[in-house]
Design a protein around this ligand. Structure first.
Ligand code: AMP
Ligand code: TRP
Length: 325
């Protein structure tokens, strides 16, 4: 049996090249070697308020971008989290074995809590739901960007804790980061992670951005005042652009960019990004033009994963002594 892969993206904001280079690209590359499940995590999205109409649209847009980025629905399952009730059900059962202190220590929780006046309980529970997503399918590999590493450590801690309390139940999932691009930084501020929730025209490159917009954003990206690329000592802005270009096109090497003037270097980076995104944008237009196609894919994904989820929930309930039919 092939090892199982699970990963997810929240259907919020604009998916950007950080999401692509940190996660989606990696998914497409490894899917053939595993039994993969890629999930649109709408239950995570509503831990912060989403306009209902917008959320409905974003769920479909995210599914279309999975396909556009090269996820092959004949090999992998693409599914929506809320369509399989086991995610919410297992999350509750795991909540009951989670020490509160573990959740309060999460850096993403602390950052989100600091930014909000009232902190919803969902923000605190967020990593438990994420653990449930992964453990529900006994996934052994979770391809994500670096910002999810701490959540995955918590997932393993929870699995271990459950196993020692109730007997061997869960597979231990490993974190899989991409070799290049695990943490793409904002173009406007290379000390901050590129993020869907940061607004500002020059911050992120959207996967559906037009070539002209991409050129403009990269041309304006924050760098330093050196005359040209010093490959042994790149400032954070240049290092980030180099990582982006290298992740988009393996032909972009240090030798090739050494000594380039920033203007020329930025043009090379923009060309690499535009060339990478062009087939993705073309495929996006195709999959969204075909009526009913996305619904068919999501329904197929749901049907494929539901029995796997039901089996785990049944085993967990049995292990805990909860009523099962
Ligand atoms: P999110 O946008 O939080 O739903 O993230 C979806 C996936 O993209 C996760 O695997 C993240 O780790 C990854 N990701 C998000 N932002 C970045 C970034 N700036 N660099 C690399 N990976 C990222
Ligand atoms: N928390 C992840 C993010 O914001 C999304 C996510 C939810 C996820 N469940 C997951 C990622 C399970 C990997 C595995 O990026």
């Amino acid at each position: 049996m092939k090892a199982r892969v699970f990963s997810g993206v929240q259907p919020t904001g604009q998916l950007h090249i950080g999401n692509y280079l940190g996660a989606l690209k990696n998914w497409a590359e490894i899917q053939a070697n595993y039994e993969s499940i890629f999930c649109i995590v709408d239950l995570h999205a509503v831990t912060t308020y989403q306009k209902p109409e917008e959320l409905r649209t974003k769920i479909r847009e995210t599914a279309a971008l999975f396909l556009a980025a090269g996820i092959d629905p004949d090999i992998s399952s693409i599914m929506v989290q809320s369509a399989v009730s086991g995610h919410a059900e297992l999350a509750w059962l795991l909540t009951c074995v989670t020490p509160l202190g573990w959740l309060e220590r999460m850096t993403q929780f602390k950052a989100k809590a600091a930014a909000q006046e009232t902190i919803g309980d969902g923000i605190l529970q967020y990593p438990v739901l994420m653990a449930a997503d992964i453990l529900l399918y006994q996934a052994s590999i979770v391809p994500v960007g670096e910002d999810q590493s701490q959540h995955l450590e918590l997932t393993r801690d929870l699995a271990q804790r459950f196993n020692s309390m109730y007997g061997e139940t869960f597979v231990m999932p490993a974190t899989k980061l991409p070799a290049v691009g695990a943490r793409i930084m904002g173009l406007d501020d290379p000390t901050q992670k590129m993020s869907k929730s940061t607004t500002g025209a020059g911050h992120a490159i959207g996967l559906l951005d037009e070539p002209k917009a991409i050129q403009k954003k990269i041309a304006r990206a924050t760098t330093d005042s050196n005359p040209g690329v010093d490959v042994e000592n790149m400032g954070p802005g240049i290092a980030n652009l180099f990582t982006i270009a290298q992740a988009c096109d393996t032909g972009v090497t240090k030798e090739r960019v050494a000594g380039m003037r920033y203007g020329d270097f930025k043009k090379l980076v923009a060309d690499a990004v535009i060339a990478r995104l062009e087939p993705i944008q073309k495929r996006y237009r195709e999959v969204t033009a075909e009526p009913g196609y996305l619904d068919t894919i999501l329904e197929r994904g749901r049907q494929h994963v539901t029995p796997l989820a039901e089996e785990t929930v049944r085993r967990v309930k049995q292990a805990m002594g909860i009523y099962t039919r």
